[in-house]
Design a protein around this ligand. Structure first.
Ligand code: GDP
Ligand code: MG
Length: 188
């Protein structure tokens, strides 16, 4: 089904001159850009985007504990506390820095975009994905430097978060309807 998803090119993607390559990866797969802007978000805007949803805080914290265990590091901290710390790293990473927000539309756009960007930790992401191809960053390096993993892009994880996140960055009037010339070939 045709759906929409939110992508952010994070400041490392812009400062490293990777905007064209990242955007092409989505366009090449047939995804249509229906909204796009370069912004320098306020801390409040980034907080709204990474909202303090308890399930998300816990899942980020648990993921971090699991990878620490794999490195034989003992962690006694509460997952939610770890999630809150990572959220504060994310605010430092994105706020007052260049960020490109875009809305992509296409068949199964949410899942397809997550497949194209790859898994969260670039060091483990498949090399054919954006995160695996253009970065080698890892949780241990990022945690020891007290910063968020620099993985170039954000993409919505599911339908509910896509709908919420699109509204954080775009008004309805900023989303443009048009046809790509290859739509009939892809979807007809
Ligand atoms: P995503 O959906 O793949 O971006 O991953 P999450 O929603 O789980 O996490 C949001 C962002 O937080 C990631 O893209 C990373 O930039 C950062 N992050 C996630 N887990 C960790 C971690 O364990 N350590 C650090 N330093 N950053 C993390
Ligand atoms: Mg996420």
């Amino acid at each position: 089904m045709i759906e929409r998803t939110l992508v952010l090119i994070k400041p490392d993607g812009i400062k490293r001159g990777l905007v064209g390559k990242i955007t092409s990866a989505f366009e090449d797969c047939g995804l249509k850009i229906v909204g796009m802007k370069l912004v320098s978000p306020s801390p409040e805007k980034v907080q709204e985007h990474y909202n303090a949803d308890e399930n998300w805080l816990r899942s980020v914290g648990e993921k971090s504990i699991k990878s620490a265990k794999e490195r034989n590091e003992a962690i006694n901290e509460d997952p939610i506390e770890i999630g809150k710390r990572i959220r504060s790293y994310l605010i430092n990473y994105l706020a007052n820095n260049p960020v490109i927000a875009m809305v992509l539309e296409g068949n199964n756009a949410i899942e397809i975009v997550r497949k194209i960007i790859g898994s969260t930790q670039p060091s483990k992401a498949d090399p054919s994905t954006i995160r695996g191809k253009y970065s080698s960053d890892s949780y241990d390096l990022a945690d020891s430097n007290k910063r968020a993993v620099r993985n170039l892009v954000h993409a919505s994880e599911d339908k509910a978060s896509a709908e919420r996140e699109i509204k954080v960055w775009f008004n309805e009037s900023e989303l443009i309807q048009y046809s790509r010339s290859d739509e009939k070939e892809m979807y007809g």
